[in-house]
Design a protein around this ligand. Structure first.
Ligand code: AMP
Length: 257
């Protein structure tokens, strides 16, 4: 597996690729959710490139950024074992020669739900994804439905700016107890980890939105929002310092597992 740390090396690698290129952007601390994106990319493409970059501009709290898990050596082993062709490991100076003077902002959906609780978050996400899509020029890029609002905003950006990379959505991968896999789960205490699956269980229970909200609060979650977007019920709720997000299919008759 080739490790790429400069734009020149990325361009050289890209020129050697014949056929389709699948791109999987990540912030590292890889788990099965990320690896499912890699597998989807491998099924569809001749070459697969994964990026690992903890993007500071999408963190609205310095402490969240400082505590974001870093498991780079393990990540590289997992990607190598999965048969990934190349991994792009940029740093801030490489991706932000403008020091974030230029930003991509969406003005509607990005102000709701997670955007309402994390000011500037989606500006950071959209800006870094735009940069990565431009640099990698992949035929396909893979994103998880776990971050459903993010996925919607990235699709919207790609349409708005005529980016030719096809965006592919991948289903949420969960732990056996239902908790959606997330790098931040590593930071849950033992007690919080036991409570955390209740977020998913509550979302899919046959109850009203207000009952779900009450139940989550009663269990000990601080609920940021419960909201319907398209045909999905989205939620964000914190346990202690750790903010979890999840979503499930939802229609007039309620949620489905
Ligand atoms: P992150 O490293 O958290 O920025 O995530 C990188 C990509 O993996 C994003 O497209 C996420 O939506 C996706 N992802 C993260 N967790 C999961 C999961 N549990 N199931 C599916 N995709 C996921």
């Amino acid at each position: 597996m080739q490790q790429i740390t400069t734009i020149t090396a990325l361009q050289t690698y890209r020129k050697t690729c014949q056929g389709s290129v699948g791109f999987v952007p990540t912030m590292g601390a890889l788990h099965q959710g990320h690896l499912s994106l890699v597998q989807a990319a491998q099924q569809d493409n001749d070459h697969v490139l994964v990026s690992i970059f903890v993007n500071p501009t999408q963190f609205n709290q310095a402490s969240d950024l400082a505590k974001y898990p870093n498991t780079l050596a393990q990540d590289l082993q997992q990607l190598e074992a999965a048969g990934v062709d190349a991994v792009f490991l940029p740093d801030f100076a490489l991706l932000y020669p403008d020091d974030y003077a230029y930003q991509v902002t969406e003005k509607a959906l990005s102000t709701q739900f997670c955007g309402a609780h994390r000011p500037g978050h989606f500006d950071g996400v959209l800006t870094v994804v735009m940069k990565l899509l431009n640099l990698v020029s992949a035929t396909h890029a893979y994103f998880g439905e776990k971050d459903y609002q993010q996925l919607r905003l990235i699709r919207g950006m790609v349409d708005a700016f005529f980016i030719t990379t096809e965006i592919v959505a991948c289903p949420i991968i969960r732990e056996a107890d239902g908790l959606a896999m997330s790098s931040r789960n590593l930071r849950l205490s033992a007690i919080e980890r036991k409570i955390a699956p209740q977020l998913y269980a509550t979302l899919v229970a046959d109850t009203s939105l207000s009952a779900k909200r009450e139940q989550l609060s009663a269990i000990g979650f601080a609920v940021d929002y419960l909201a319907v977007l398209d045909d999905r019920l989205l939620a964000a709720a914190s346990l202690g310092e750790i903010r979890l997000i999840d979503n499930v299919p939802y229609n007039d008759r309620g949620a489905k597992a």
